[in-house]
Design a protein around this ligand. Structure first.
Ligand SMILES: CCCCNCC(=O)NCCc1ccc(S(N)(=O)=O)cc1
Ligand SMILES: [Zn+2]
Length: 263
């Protein structure tokens, strides 16, 4: 599938209100991962993450999700291995979730929905010098997707949950330091699916190597409820809208192969 991203279609997306020119490309994300159609590739290595909590800088509400941003001005928090040939730098992580625990993830596995999905966003620092360049560049980004399930409380997540009331409104930012995102990864980082896709929000560029972990993490019902207390709207807007269902619908596979690192 040639992943040419010519802008041909427009797509009204409930989340972004105005019509957006969607790349007519054939490598859009998210997708449904059909397990029995994924192809085992023995050359796929375990993920090699090396995150420095000291590079954690801030947490903010961008009106679509909340992001924890890292200082990516040096190779301090990196991702290598997995399906990747180059070294990638962590720039931010964020989540997507539903208004109920019945849905909320962007990717699905055999059509199974999860209540939320974590995205750890990295850019190729061997090929590019800035995230902004890598966003629309070939082999520019690598995003790790981790499914969240409702169960026991996630101790590592609590520090992040406690910061959310301070960024309820779109545009609010607070300092957030010394957070190690490795605590959000599942214990098994050997088993994942990988495919070539896109950003799931504008600019929707097809520069992403997706790495979707097979093993989910567990968070408590109450922790997820705090996600839903965030707002899409800024403090000035009269009508406050709760930040829920900030996920994109699954996109056509268009002949792409999803590889698995496990049998
Ligand atoms: C300073 C101006 C910044 C404008 N440029 C910022 C920008 O391009 N942002 C796009 C960032 C993004 C979107 C979607 C994902 S996902 N959901 O696919 O992981 C990951 C990252
Ligand atoms: Zn995302």
């Amino acid at each position: 599938a040639a992943c040419s991203s010519k802008y041909v279609l427009s797509q009204i997306h409930p989340m972004w209100q105005q019509p957006i020119a969607v790349p007519g490309g054939h490598c859009q994300s998210p997708i449904d991962i059909v397990v029995r159609k994924s192809v085992f590739d023995s050359a796929l290595k375990p993920l090699a993450t090396d995150y420095d909590p000291e590079t954690c800088q801030q947490i903010w509400n961008n009106g679509y999700s909340f992001l924890v941003e890292y200082d990516d001005s040096a190779d301090k928090s990196t991702l290598k291995g997995g399906p990747l040939q180059d070294q990638f730098r962590l720039c931010q992580f964020h989540f997507h979730w539903g208004e109920s625990n019945a849905w909320g993830s962007e990717h699905t596995v055999d059509r199974r929905l999860f209540p939320a999905e974590l995205h750890l966003v990295h850019w190729n620092s061997d090929k590019y010098s800035l995230f902004e360049e890598a966003v629309s560049g070939d082999n520019g980004l690598a995003v790790i997707g981790v499914f969240l399930k409702v169960g026991k409380r996630h101790e590592g997540l609590q520090k992040l949950v406690d910061a959310l009331p301070a960024i309820r409104h779109k545009g609010s930012v607070v300092e957030f330091t010394r957070f190690d995102p490795a605590c959000l990864l599942p214990s098994n980082t050997e088993d994942y699916w990988t495919y070539h896709g896109s950003l799931t929000t504008p600019p929707l560029t097809e520069s992403v190597t997706w790495i979707v972990m097979k093993q989910h993490i567990e968070v408590s019902h109450d922790q997820l409820a705090v996600f839903r207390s965030l707002l899409f709207t800024s403090a000035e807007e009269e009508v406050q809208k709760s930040m829920v269902n900030n996920f994109r619908v699954q996109q056509p596979l268009c002949g792409r192969t999803v590889r698995s690192s496990f049998t």
